[in-house]
Design a protein around this ligand. Structure first.
Ligand SMILES: Nc1nc2c(ncn2[C@@H]2O[C@H](COP(=O)(O)OP(=O)(O)OP(=O)(O)O)[C@@H](O)[C@H]2O)c(=O)[nH]1
Ligand SMILES: [Mg+2]
Length: 169
């Protein structure tokens, strides 16, 4: 199977805008109404993550991908992910902070919220507008195990890229 990522996160978190940035598409994102398959990315409607009635759709679609990108909007003081959400999905988790360019962004807050969602894994601080962190995501998707993900983060030695849960298994 070609490595693929499913993007999940709240309505308006920036999933479709990030999809466009990752695939070098210049178009503006419109409201996502259903699952959208595009090259190596599965973009989801925010409602899938916000409404537990859709969790079964997330679980079913996760079977088709190798990685899950958990998006947290840096301008949002709330997270819609239940604590430990990623532990129920047996795919490589990558935390993505979005909108780091925004004047209202609080990146540290977003990282803390993602730490409760993903107990172990990389967190990438991104801006689809400024192009921040996009290349890291393009590299991380090629990596197939947690040890190599950690190695990539360590070797990149970039403020925009963190690895959480280093001491736990
Ligand atoms: N400043 C800034 N705004 C962004 C960024 N990414 C997305 N946005 C804005 O956030 C809004 C929502 O973006 P979308 O990509 O449509 O969000 P989504 O997660 O796909 O939303 P749903 O499809 O409804 O689940 C749009 O107005 C985007 O322009 C970013 O990196 N920086
Ligand atoms: Mg969308």
């Amino acid at each position: 199977m070609q490595n693929k990522a499913m993007l999940i996160g709240a309505v308006g978190a920036g999933k479709s805008t990030l999809t466009n940035a990752l695939l070098d598409k210049q178009t503006d994102a419109v409201k996502t109404q259903a699952l959208v398959y595009n090259d190596w990315i599965v973009d989801t409607p925010g409602e899938y993550t916000e409404n537990p009635l859709f969790y079964k759709n997330i679980m079913a679609t996760a079977l088709e991908v190798t990685h899950i990108f958990y998006l947290q909007d840096a301008t949002n003081s709330k997270t819609i992910f239940p604590p430990g959400f990623s532990s129920g999905i047996p795919k490589l988790p990558i935390g993505v902070v979005t909108k780091s360019d925004h004047p209202d962004a609080d990146v540290e807050r977003a990282v803390r919220m993602l730490q409760d969602v993903i107990h172990r894994g990389p967190i990438v601080i991104t801006s689809s507008v400024a192009g921040t962190g996009i290349n890291h995501l393009k590299e991380l998707i090629k990596i197939n195990n947690m040890a190599e993900l950690q190695k990539y983060v360590t070797e990149a030695s970039d403020e925009q890229l963190k690895f959480i849960g280093s001491n736990s298994l």
